[in-house]
Design a protein around this ligand. Structure first.
Ligand code: AMP
Length: 480
């Protein structure tokens, strides 16, 4: 039995088991400080950055305290961007996997009605962006009157994106008694005021950034004028042959241009910025995580908060516009005891900013001279060769749960008045199968999905071939 230090919080067996499967064995600093008061239903204000494990810091107490049997949402998590909403939903879902917690996610740019239908089903934790959450509240498709936990994540980014008014309006729909947890990378006055005004007696938890930049990151720079940047980028890619690389540009247009240029040079890459279609953005993030391509070009806002833990290189194709942004960008690499390289392209006018950054980080950016094409010839061939080989894809984090879970599709859904209890009743009548072997049930219009846990999928699949559900033999198939 693996020893899991999360056991000290006396968590439910299902929650602890999920954490162990996810290989969360030692709480991070923010988790050590935030989980105990959150479990005690205290209001908390946490200054902590992405990468610190802050999502689990609120997800663990929520999942622990949610009562499975209740139908109305018990927690509402607000995220400033759709990507973050999706990522956080996954984290809450994974931690709540063994407890069978349902976590619908709602954000703009995706069909409203579909979300409304999923909200109609049993939902424990709702994750969403403020605009769409408010929309659902106003149209009566989301009821938060039973919410016990309200989480405002990335509050400073909410503020920057102009969401504070929406957040306040959402609060007016909450019941009087609830616990609020506010997380923010920085605590500007407006965020502090929000906490003071709306949260009684919050426990304040400040996680200091270890150092402004870590010594696990090698910082290099190249002096280059704009028109030579692309050639330099190719040289840097050949020379460094990065395993996983993020390239930051200052505008969406530049991201587009660079994406096209790299594609033309037969370099596999993806791009992320605010104008990329919603579903495409989510796919891009997933593909990058799985290693379908290993170079991601992004703007700051689109990439903010998104967790990629394997980045070996960060390239500032365009110099960031502020020293804090520089630190934030390069902090994408050199995480979790790994080393990383940050490379910044600097033009003549940006040297002053370089000075400010070096002063702020108390570290020098080592300036390099590009190698000649002749010197790089061999490395270029090796790099391009590597581009042609498709590496095996990495498993998604939640995949650890799939081994013992089989998802079945059952003919019949809302239209034929199928309810979750009909399915549970039949499945529980199968020999050797009990209610705790049934996972999430998702009733759609004319189909129902049900997860069978604990490796019992095959038994259920076989039995349902000739066992009626609601007085009829149904088409039952394995979907995963
Ligand atoms: P976050 O700051 O919430 O974006 O989390 C950063 C990364 O750390 C995510 O990939 C989490 O899944 C991971 N993580 C969170 N808590 C732990 C933990 N206690 N042990 C190992 N990994 C963790």
């Amino acid at each position: 039995m693996i020893k899991n230090e999360f056991a000290t919080y006396k968590l439910n067996r299902d929650v602890l088991e999920a954490l162990t499967k996810l290989k969360y064995l030692t709480p991070t600093e923010v988790q050590r400080k935030a989980i105990p008061p959150a479990l005690d239903n205290k209001n908390i204000v946490v200054k902590s950055k992405t990468g610190s494990g802050k999502t689990a810091a609120f997800a663990i107490p929520i999942v622990e305290n949610v009562v499975w049997e209740e139908n109305a949402p018990q927690a509402l998590v607000l995220e400033p961007t759709r990507e973050l909403a999706y990522q956080v939903k996954d984290e809450v879902f994974n931690i709540g996997r063994m407890k069978r917690i349902k976590v619908p996610v709602v954000f703009g740019g995706a069909p409203f009605d579909k979300q409304a239908l999923s909200l109609k089903q049993k939902s424990h934790v709702v994750v969403g962006t403020p605009g769409r959450v408010l929309d659902h509240l106003q149209k009566g498709t989301l009821d938060i009157s039973q919410v016990k936990y309200f989480i405002i994540d990335e509050a400073d980014l909410m503020l920057d994106m102009g969401f504070l008014a929406d957040v306040k309006e959402i609060m007016s729909y909450l019941p009087e008694k609830h616990t609020t947890m506010l997380f923010s990378a920085t605590l500007p006055d407006e965020v502090d005021n929000l906490a003071n005004e709306y949260m009684s007696d919050p426990v304040k938890i400040m996680i200091e950034d270890e150092t402004v930049t870590q010594d696990t990151i090698t910082q290099l720079g190249y002096e280059v004028e704009n028109e030579e940047k692309f050639d330099l980028l190719l040289d840097v890619l050949y020379e460094q042959s990065p395993e996983y690389c993020m390239i930051f540009c200052s505008t969406r247009e530049m991201v587009n241009v660079l994406f096209r240029q790299l594609k033309k040079a037969r370099i596999r890459c993806g791009m992320l910025h605010g104008m990329v279609d919603q579903m495409e953005r989510l796919t891009t993030i997933d593909d990058f995580r799985q290693g379908k391509f290993t170079i991601l070009i992004a703007t700051d806002v689109a990439a903010r908060g998104i967790d990629f833990d394997t980045i070996t290189h960060v390239i500032n194709y365009d110099m960031p516009n502020a020293k804090e942004t520089y630190v934030h960008r390069i902090g994408r690499t050199g995480r979790n005891g790994k080393t990383g390289t940050a490379i910044t392209f600097i033009n003549d006018r940006e040297k002053r900013l370089q000075g400010l950054i070096e002063e702020y980080t108390n570290a020098k950016i080592t300036m390099c001279v590009p190698k000649s094409r002749e010197e790089l010839q061999e490395k270029k061939q090796a790099f391009l060769q590597k581009q042609k080989i498709r590496q095996p894809l990495k498993a998604k984090k939640g995949a650890v749960f799939n081994k013992d879970i089989m998802k079945l599709s059952i003919g019949g859904g809302r239209k034929s008045k199928m309810r979750a209890v009909d399915i549970v009743g039949t499945i529980c009548s199968i020999n050797d199968v009990a209610a705790e072997d049934i996972g999430i049930i998702d009733v759609r219009d004319s189909l129902t999905y049900v997860e069978i846990l604990n490796g019992k999928g095959k038994i259920v699949l076989d039995a349902l071939q000739n066992k009626p559900i609601k007085a009829k033999i149904r088409k039952v198939r394995m979907t995963r």
